[in-house]
Design a protein around this ligand. Structure first.
Ligand SMILES: *Cc1c(COP(=O)(O)O)cnc(C)c1O
Ligand SMILES: [Zn+2]
Length: 384
């Protein structure tokens, strides 16, 4: 761990010695590369102690990270070795907890009394839960069409949930501006500390195997950037020899990064009228979109989009193996089908797909399986 790590803008190269939220050019900032060595320890925070930008507040951890890497049957059908990184077992059932915990560790140390976020789903629940755990006030800004049911899973932790009428896209930038003025530290989707927290996914994978490909459901781009930086740091210090090929996966109905990538453009453009069942990855104007595009170009990585039908099919397949994920989290497996069929991923490859969040969060559209009605007197017949 460096005592005062620098922040660098991946797009314009500007450097900052203070923990700013974004570069003055409008793009995200990221911490310089960390170096060090892995240790023996119970948690990923301890084993990779040298690699965090701030000391993790271990006594306040809820057990985020150190998730299972499960070998999947689906790989056999497709002729590859497929492993599923099961992030649904995190404290609030998505990988967001990794980034929330690390950022909250910073906010507490920096003396903030309140934190906030802009989200309707997993990040809102995560920030709300960890704010309570850390003894900080939470200001959760949600869009006006967020359903009451979804918000109950956020407000239960005790934070202030604020429904904002108006342009949801502007809320991200507005929250950073007001947060600074009012002393509320906003932990949005690609906050630099949050992104660092996601590196743990790469570290844990590399402790078990070296994948050829990693499939990453991508919305704002924070998760993708975090996993990328994790692998890059491991390579820089010589713990791995080759970087895996990272694949950003988006839903066809909202794929601003894949579209710009395909068209060979350097900047993303707002995706008009987004429409997909994968709500957790439906950001039409991802704040880290340009930074992800740059990584894709620089390392020869890929972007793949999948249809809602392909997503639902993959969700069902995962459930038939005992893993119930939300639609956004099934996109990686959906993409794998396409990529093996087209020969982009060759037979025998080691592939990891990130199962980003639990299916219990999005029950309303799930078809479900067969339910048999049975009178007690006829139970014997029903069991045959
Ligand atoms: C947040 C989220 C993503 C995408 O992460 P980004 O950092 O926004 O790219 C993917 N899947 C689920 C379930 C999420 O909650
Ligand atoms: Zn910049």
């Amino acid at each position: 761990m460096k005592t005062k790590p620098k922040l660098i803008c991946p797009i314009c190269g500007a450097e900052y010695n203070e923990p700013v939220q974004r570069c003055s050019c409008g793009e995200p900032v990221e911490f310089e590369l960390f170096e060090g060595e892995p240790y023996i320890g119970k948690t990923v925070w301890e084993r990779f102690w040298d690699f965090w930008p701030v000391e993790p507040a271990l006594e306040l951890s809820l057990g985020e990270g150190d998730t299972p890497l499960v070998k999947s049957r689906i790989g056999k059908e497709l002729g590859v070795k497929l492993y599923l990184k099961n992030e649904t077992v995190n404290p609030t059932w998505s990988f967001k907890d990794r980034g929330t915990f690390l950022t909250m560790s910073y906010a507490l140390k920096a003396g903030y009394k309140a934190v906030g976020t802009v989200s309707t789903g997993n990040m809102a629940a995560s920030v709300s839960a960890y704010a309570s755990r850390f003894g900080l006030d939470a200001k959760i800004l949600v869009s006006e069409n967020a359903s009451d049911e979804k918000l109950r899973a956020v407000s239960v932790y005790g934070g202030d949930v604020i429904r904002v009428r108006g342009d949801y896209g502007r809320l991200y930038f507005e929250s950073l501006k007001l947060g600074e003025r009012l002393g509320v530290y906003f932990i949005n989707s690609d906050n630099p500390f949050r992104v660092e927290g996601y590196k743990g996914i790469a570290f844990e994978i590399a402790e078990e195997l070296i994948p050829d490909y990693v499939l990453i459901p991508t919305s704002s781009g924070g998760l993708f950037r975090g996993i990328a930086k994790g692998f890059i740091e491991l390579k820089e210090i010589g713990l791995i020899e080759e970087l895996p090929t990272l694949i950003a996966v988006q839903a066809e109905g909202c794929s601003p990064i894949c579209r710009a990538f395909k068209e060979g453009r350097e900047k993303i453009e707002r995706f008009e009228n987004p429409k997909t069942i994968a709500k957790a990855i439906a950001n039409p104007y991802p704040p880290s979109g340009n930074a992800v595009l740059k990584l894709l170009r620089e390392f020869g990585w890929l972007c793949v989009s999948v249809s809602d039908e392909e997503i639902i099919e993959a969700q069902r397949k995962l459930a038939s193996e005992g893993l119930f994920v939300q639609p956004a989290s099934a996109t990686g497996v959906a993409a794998l089908e396409k990529l093996t069929e087209s020969g982009v991923i060759s037979e025998g490859s080691n592939v990891v797909s990130i199962l980003t969040g639990s299916g219990l969060k999005t029950l309303s559209h799930v078809e479900g399986g067969k339910i048999v009605e049975c009178p007690l007197e006829g139970l014997e017949n029903c069991l045959r």
